[in-house]
Design a protein around this ligand. Structure first.
Ligand SMILES: [Zn+2]
Length: 220
């Protein structure tokens, strides 16, 4: 291999030519990359060819500072153990434990799947990470654009509330207790088109006892 490969006839060299080449990176989609490298598939517990994250339950880990590189020497050792195993049972057991079979790529003394087996950008990036980010996190979709907007509260305050189990405050009825909650919501809501007129009208629809309860809570 170090001496190169001789092609007996080439267009530009009728007498053949020795070529020397090296594999810098292996770029292919994820399932094919695993077949080529003979490493366990992406749905196995040993799901990554780059880091040592282990077990499907750890999928979705985001503590990337704790991820450790896979050791190419160890993978090579497991691959060679698999190649040299004398029974099918031994090979199955090595694969189950180490997620590695032997690949012809191990002929290359410099082969490092952790560095040279490139993560498939088409599926990993363009079909998974980016759509998830834009559609589900940033919500940049037609459906989200057309959906009615929920007003974000303008501010929050730790209002004194009346729980269902609390005794009814003196002089108030059940309707007024419900109105207290509604007044809290109105007072923290974002301003609408005609803020003062609308808010005034909405507050004027509440009973005096409910308004007094909120005023006392706010010391106004
Ligand atoms: Zn990884």
């Amino acid at each position: 291999m170090e001496e190169g490969v001789k092609y007996s006839v080439m267009g530009s060299c009728p007498n053949g030519h020795i070529t020397r080449s090296a594999i810098a990176v292996v770029v292919m989609d994820l399932p094919t990359a695993r077949h080529t490298s003979q490493l366990a598939g992406h749905s196995a517990h040993i799901y990554c060819t780059v880091c040592q994250c282990y077990h499907r339950q750890t999928l979705g880990r985001v503590d990337h500072y704790n991820w450790e590189w896979r050791d190419d020497k160890a993978i090579r050792q497991h691959a060679e153990q698999w190649r040299d195993a004398t029974t099918l049972k031994d090979r199955i057991s090595i694969f189950d434990k180490c997620g590695t079979r032997y690949s012809e790529l191990w002929w290359l003394p410099y082969w490092s799947p952790a560095h040279q087996l490139v993560t498939d950008p088409m599926h990993a990036l363009f079909e998974n990470l980016l759509p998830t980010h834009f559609r589900h996190i940033l919500k940049l979709t037609s459906a989200d654009a057309a959906a009615p907007k929920t007003p974000v509260p303008a501010f929050s305050h730790n209002f004194l509330t009346i729980d269902d189990n609390d005794p009814m405050p003196e002089g108030m009825n059940a309707k007024e207790v419900k109105q207290v909650c509604s007044i809290h919501k109105l007072r923290t809501e974002s301003l609408k088109d005609e803020p003062n007129a609308l808010l005034h009208k909405q507050l004027m629809g509440k009973n005096t006892e409910a308004i007094k309860f909120v005023c006392n809570d706010l010391n106004i």
